[in-house]
Design a protein. Structure first.
Length: 381
């Protein structure tokens, strides 16, 4: 019996993604998993200027998307968000295909399947897609456009900034220059319009004081320390984060990214594969928040890594992360299984930590297949 051809597999995966979005749209009045949508509707329907007149935890470009897509009608907002995220989802697959071929795009579509019910109900995927497109553009030789796109992604979610060291170690000066230029203008406009307190609101999630219980540290405090959770700024949190803790966290992330960048200098594969995946994983391990939708941040880089032999193991680890995340979402909505939720959180967070450590201390210095960044505008196939 013949194995199905790659185009048929790809078409089938796309059909599944469209089908899941269609199911959410058909059941939109039930508002399945709509906590994020409710927050979007609240922000869009409030009078006044975001950041100045009321606190907002979303970065400026994200707020612009929310203002366009959301309104006081929660069901209509729900439908718009789902439809928009389906388009963005397929655009992300296309960006990977543009940069690294349809094999990577197929892996991306596979890895996202366990969390489709999550990523279609929030805007995170927009900034994941733009960060992916940015590196695809750089890979194809369009450095200035790629750097500008990455800056836009950072203005929507702060996390893409952890990918900058990879551009530094590969000496992508034009991309870095464009990133700094667009990023500086964007942040300046944000502060002028939203006020000097706007960055603090985003970086502290509106001044939240505890560890979100799904984060690596928060889960440890919740499970091992047996600390109770309390709702704070829309999320269950445990313990308290002091100003000293925040300084230490920044130092740990900076040190981890510096070490990851040093290892990336000798990496003969693509920096958008394992090095980018490890950089994002380092941030997720240290972040006070690791909500379910944040698992999508790992997927494009894992899909690109899967096109290289050493990266296949990393892609399998991310597949397990996404499966655990999808199961957690189901448990949260339909079952009261705290013990199983704790096990899945330990598995998800442990795998994320393992990805980081494997790159920092155990990753081989070369890939068996060199598909590194393209120079002179040509793609290496």
């Amino acid at each position: 019996m013949k194995r199905p051809s790659r185009p048929l597999i790809l078409i089938g995966l796309i059909a599944i993604h469209i089908g899941i979005a269609g199911l959410l749209l058909l059941r939109s009045e039930g508002l399945f998993g709509s906590d994020g949508v409710l927050r979007y509707s609240e922000i869009a329907s409030r009078a006044g200027t975001p950041y100045r007149d009321f606190d907002v935890e979303f970065a400026p470009a994200d707020v612009l998307v929310i203002e366009v897509a959301a309104n006081a009608d929660i069901v209509a907002t729900y439908r718009r968000v789902v439809a928009l995220m389906l388009v963005v989802d397929l655009a992300c697959a296309t960006a990977i295909a543009y940069g690294w071929g349809w094999r990577g795009a197929t892996v991306y579509l596979l890895l996202t399947m366990p969390i489709l019910l999550i990523i279609y109900l929030g805007t995170d995927l927009i900034w994941v897609m733009l960060a992916t497109l940015a590196f695809a553009l750089v890979h194809r030789g369009h450095e200035r456009l790629g750097g500008s796109t990455l800056a836009l992604a950072m203005l929507g979610k702060v996390w893409p900034i952890v990918l900058i060291p990879l551009l530094v170690v590969t000496r992508r000066k034009q991309a870095l220059g464009a990133f700094v230029f667009v990023g500086f203008i964007g942040v300046a406009l944000w502060v002028v319009l939203g006020g000097t307190d706007a960055p603090r609101q985003v970086l502290t999630f509106r001044g939240a004081r505890g560890w979100e219980f799904e984060s690596l540290i928060g889960a440890f405090v919740w499970i091992i320390g047996r600390r109770p959770t309390a709702l704070d700024r829309g999320a269950p949190r445990v313990g308290a984060i002091s100003p000293t803790d925040r300084v230490v966290l920044i130092g740990v992330v900076a040190a981890g990214l510096w070490l990851a960048g040093r290892r990336a200098r000798t990496w003969r594969g693509d920096i958008a594969g394992v090095p980018a995946l490890a950089s994002v994983a380092i941030l997720l391990c240290v972040s006070p928040v690791f909500s379910l939708e944040y698992a999508a941040w790992l997927i494009p880089w894992a899909a690109i890594a899967a096109t290289e032999d050493p990266g296949a193991t990393y892609a399998l680890a991310v597949a397990a992360v996404e499966a655990a995340t999808g199961l957690l979402a189901i448990l949260y909505v339909g079952f009261a299984a705290e013990s199983l939720s704790k096990i899945l959180l330990i598995l998800r967070n442990g795998l994320c930590l393992a990805i980081s450590l494997a790159w920092l201390i155990g990753m081989p210095k070369r890939a068996s297949r060199n598909i590194g960044p393209v120079r002179e505008g040509r793609s290496e196939r």
